[in-house]
Design a protein around this ligand. Structure first.
Ligand code: ATR
Length: 274
């Protein structure tokens, strides 16, 4: 019998997780299939009941459910609790447990690109669910100063309190500077937009985007002129690797997964930027 896994989110039509996980299941001889389920925010509670009723074994959680999902699960892993966001669910004999692997994805992405976080001054744009995992990773990586700029200042303030970092008003973004800049808003997803202009971007030696469609966002295209860039697929890949380990206890085929998602992202990119 095949077991069922999947991603819940809205939108999910361009998710690369099915390609990545189905390939890993096949390669590791795991009898399982992974699908994509569009779940509207108002249907989240029902979707979790569906996971239980259908005995779906593992779920990836994405935009916009990473924070809200917590109240519907039976157990939350300690780190996911600390971050305040869940991107992975494991169904263990009917007990739904939430984990966060996004932060490991962020740390690994920097590590694999040879970027050290220790003692760095980092600017994070955005204060949503993804930003929480980004900030947690930066703290674990030893960043010296972390500044969060968000359109809705109160949300940045909440993160300031939670993580002891510094919240900055959106209007002050034009004065931002530091070593590393991370684009963690949804701006630029399937569009040619950036929340920060070239003049600001030019002050940083390293830029990371969490958006991966297009693969090279407008933000990264500008940043490339001034330093190293890290695209959003890296975080996706490494958070997926950790998910696979949680679900199966096995090490997934990293290089194969990487090749497959980059190929697919390039195909989708052509479609999107047409
Ligand atoms: P995610 O799980 O990806 O973090 P989210 O929790 O919905 O998704 O957060 C989206 C982030 O993108 C927020 O920081 C949001 O800013 P607000 O808190 O002000 O809503 C940011 N964002 C979305 N659209 C934006 C825009 N047009 N300009 C600036 N920031 C934007």
């Amino acid at each position: 019998m095949y077991e069922v896994y999947g991603v819940i989110g809205d939108p999910v039509s361009h998710s690369l997780s099915p390609i990545m996980h189905n390939l890993a299941f096949k390669e590791k001889n795991v009898k399982a299939v992974y699908g994509a389920f569009k779940v509207r925010p108002s249907d989240l509670a029902k979707a979790v009941e569906g996971i239980r009723a259908l005995n779906i074994k593992g779920v990836s959680v994405t935009i916009p459910h990473k924070e809200k999902i917590i109240e519907y699960l039976d157990e939350i892993d300690e780190i996911a609790q600390e971050i305040g966001a869940v991107n992975t669910i494991l169904n263990k004999e009917g007990i739904l447990k939430g984990f966060n692997t996004d932060w490991i994805g962020v740390l690994k992405a920097f590590e694999e690109n040879g970027v050290k976080l220790k003692d760095k001054k980092v600017v994070v744009i955005g204060a949503g669910g993804a930003s929480k995992a980004v900030i947690y990773a930066l703290i674990k990586g030893g960043a010296k100063k972390i500044y969060v700029y968000n359109r809705t200042f109160e949300k940045a303030k909440l993160l300031e309190k939670k993580f002891k970092i510094t919240a900055k008003p959106w209007e002050e973004l034009k004065k931002a500077d530091g070593d590393i800049i991370i684009q963690a808003t949804s701006v630029g997803l399937k569009s040619w937009e950036t929340p920060v202009g070239e003049e600001i971007i030019s002050r940083f030696k390293v830029a990371m985007d969490i958006v991966y469609l297009p693969l090279k966002t407008k933000f990264l295209s500008l940043a490339e002129r001034y330093g190293k860039i890290i695209d959003g697929l890296q975080m996706l890949l490494y958070q997926g690797v950790e998910q696979f380990k949680i679900w199966t206890g096995m090490e997934p085929p990293l290089e194969l997964m990487k090749k497959a998602i980059y190929e697919e992202a390039k195909n989708l990119e052509k479609e999107i930027l047409k």
